[in-house]
Write a protein that binds this ligand. Structure first.
Ligand code: FAD
Ligand code: MLT
Ligand code: ZN
Length: 484
């Protein structure tokens, strides 16, 4: 169960002289101890955790971080990497001990290189995801990773969590977009792995260890990212569909017709759409009537002459005739396209404004998505009468956010006190369908017990052995991912 708010901290001291030594390396700009400046770094986006910390350090270079880690490691000081602090699982939160130093790479925000021939971009970890997308676009290329938090999340954070998002169905997760990494290990040594090679079979692929490790093995300080040709043709539609099976059938229609055209295929429920329309200023449904189920389809091609509009219309026509699609709105302009996407992207914010909610970021084989939505919704309604299931997300990846909103009028704390039961009710269905308890948000501080239950035996033992090998003192992001 998530922790509730803690009283505000008193400032505990770091070992004598350590702060001075850190300031000596980083300058005064690089060491933050003022409580007001620390404040935004001590709670998470969901409001599940509130931590305490003696200091936040902000190295501006890999060498500075390396020197700091040598000192901190020698002094047995635990550290917590923090990027944009948009983690959904408390991954970037220090605990309440007041001992853990927060390390932000926000000053490491340079794009070191962009090569449109190799189609690669070398960015430092503190670069905001949206900035990386914009830099690629300015060079006539595409960096395709896209998620609701892209204006805040950092390259270090998206790699450390192996973030997914809206375009995974076409381009893969963050891991698939990474060719090389530079990493500072807990003892301060540096792995210089910024190779921009498409093929490199030279021993263990260490770079992949750090992607998805959620900052428990080392700091990602820079990365070589893959670029793609930019889209020159696009077509987007919002559809009301008959039910969950119809949503899947529509996905198959597009896949069978031209899989390469699908850039995103997102499912939304009538419940979630209702929250967006209620809470998000300017949100409007471009369909004749509200529905119980929606799908957002986004098609894109790098060919300027690709007839995606024709493709969209042809597939939707067949689906309308078959009764799968009830109504559809096709974007006629970039502004309309953005408005359709906003209905999807504002789901997390709208859910937050509606009240307390519990997130279940799960995945199942794509064929099982309708069953996942139906069975989990039923289980959740039975568990907490009056509660409101809000399934939405990346249907084309089999990744549905099986979130649950509190019953109207229930005290949020009473609802959140049942978080564990709620997550387990969904997990029971997910397990039965051969899925995973976390598709993209990761394990963080919220779910190490689930990792132990789901990935026990040799799998967990191997993870623990890797952790011991790289971080024998257990100082990198303690309490995250692996069970105590
Ligand atoms: P943080 O939250 O700061 O940190 C996340 C984890 O990475 C922590 O464990 C932290 O210790 C570690 N870390 C951070 N930087 C580094 C580094 N340089 N080196 C090593 N470890 C590091 N996620 C998705 O996958 N798909 C989505 O569609 C999606 N949508 C979202 C929508 C909203 C509105 C919000 C608020 C979040 C969403 N997320 C989504 C979750 C979140 O944005 C991602 O997990 C993102 O990758 C976190 O990036 P960050 O920079 O904010 O990292
Ligand atoms: C999203 O895809 O919008 C987020 O990952 C889902 C969530 O907030 O639960
Ligand atoms: Zn998501």
């Amino acid at each position: 169960m998530p922790d509730t708010a803690m009283p505000s901290q008193s400032l505990p001291a770091l070992p004598t002289g350590l702060l001075d030594a850190l300031s000596g390396i980083l300058g005064t700009r690089g060491v933050v101890t003022d409580l007001r400046d620390l404040e935004p770094h001590l709670s998470d986006w969901r409001g599940l955790y509130r931590g305490a910390s003696p200091a936040l350090i902000r190295p501006a270079t890999t060498a500075e971080l390396s020197a700091c880690m040598r000192l901190l490691n020698a002094a047995d000081v635990p550290v917590v990497p923090q990027g944009g602090n948009t983690s959904m699982v408390g991954g970037a939160m220090p605990d309440e001990s007041g001992r853990q130093v927060i390390v932000s790479l926000s000053r490491m925000n340079r794009i070191r290189d962009l090569d449109p021939v190799d189609m690669t971009m070398v960015t430092e970890a503190g670069v905001i995801l949206k900035t990386a997308q914009d830099a690629a676009a300015a060079a006539g290329c595409l960096f395709p990773l896209s998620l609701g938090a892209e204006g805040t999340a950092t390259i270090g954070g998206v790699l450390a969590t192996n973030a997914g998002g809206n375009t995974t169905v076409r381009y893969g997760n963050a891991r698939d977009l990474m060719l090389g990494l530079e990493v500072v290990l807990p003892d301060g040594s540096v792995i210089e792995g910024l190779r921009r090679l498409r093929k490199d079979n030279t021993g263990y692929a260490l770079r992949h260890l750090f992607v998805g490790a959620e900052g428990t093995l080392g700091f990602i300080t820079a990365a070589v990212l893959r670029l793609f040709p930019r889209a020159r043709s696009e077509a987007t539609a919002l559809c009301a569909v008959a039910d969950e099976d119809a949503a899947l059938a529509l996905f198959r229609r597009f896949r069978d017709r031209d899989e390469s055209a699908i850039r995103a295929f997102e499912y939304m429920s009538g419940q979630g759409m209702g929250f967006v329309l209620r809470h998000i200023e300017g949100a409007a449904l471009p369909l004749a009537e509200p529905a119980e189920h929606y799908v957002l389809i986004d098609l894109a091609s790098s060919r300027p002459d690709a007839d995606l509009r024709g493709l969209l219309e042809a597939v939707l026509e067949g689906a309308l005739e078959a009764g799968e699609v009830l109504d559809a709105a096709l974007a006629e302009s970039e502004a309309q396209r953005a408005a359709l996407w906003r209905l999807r992207e504002e789901h997390p914010e709208a859910q937050k404004r509606e009240g307390a909610s519990v997130k279940n970021d799960v995945s199942v084989p794509v064929s099982k998505v309708p069953e996942l939505i139906r069975r989990s919704s039923e289980a959740l309604r039975e568990l907490i009468p009056g509660s409101r299931p809000v399934p939405f997300g990346h249907m084309g990846d089999g990744n549905i956010h099986m979130n649950l909103e509190q019953p109207e009028g229930m005290a949020p704390t009473d609802f959140l006190a049942r978080s564990h039961e709620i997550m387990e009710a969904v997990n029971d269905v997910v397990r039965d369908l051969g899925g995973s308890f976390s598709a993209e948000h990761g394990v963080g501080r919220l779910k190490p017990d689930m990792l132990a239950a789901w990935r026990g035996g040799a799998e967990l033992a191997t993870m623990q052995a890797i952790k011991r090998a790289l971080d024998p003192k257990g100082l990198m992001n303690p309490g995250k991912v692996l069970p105590a």
